[in-house]
Design a protein around this ligand. Sequence first.
Ligand code: AMP
Ligand code: ZN
Length: 144
Amino acid sequence: MNTSRRDPDCIFCKIIEGRIPCSKVYEDDLVLAFLDINPLAEGHTLVIPKDHVTLITDMSAERAAEFFERVPRLAQAVKEATASDGMNLLQSNGRCAGQVIDHVHIHLIPRTTGDSLGFRWKATTYGDGRVDEVLRKIVEKISR
Ligand code: AMP
Ligand code: ZN
């Protein structure tokens, strides 16, 4: 029995249900992978859970484990098929982070030495005392 949750207005849910076509790479009972319609490189693939969840933090540990379990094999297949040198995995949460489709997805983005995609974000440093403060808050949340 299929117990996946769907959002009738979600593009990716419509793809799962076959109401919008996709170039399907892989499908099983919990996961679908398909080519991104506007690829950053040939073979750019999206991996999605069949459950409609918006953010990675909405996923149960069990569903997340099942979801991520598929990723290495899919990434390896895309890498070999595109004869790429490496790959970026990107998973965005929230508009501020660039998430456009509100259904959890991982981008598999094949990379080739010398391609023009770039990646380096502008890194920063911690100000006085901030590292301890930030660390304390995160550790507190984890152990709560
Ligand atoms: P994000 O910005 O992380 O939410 O990524 C959403 C991705 O979905 C973008 O890279 C889009 O190109 C891709 N996308 C949107 N609609 C479709 C579609 N119908 N089929 C395949 N990919 C899509
Ligand atoms: Zn959805």
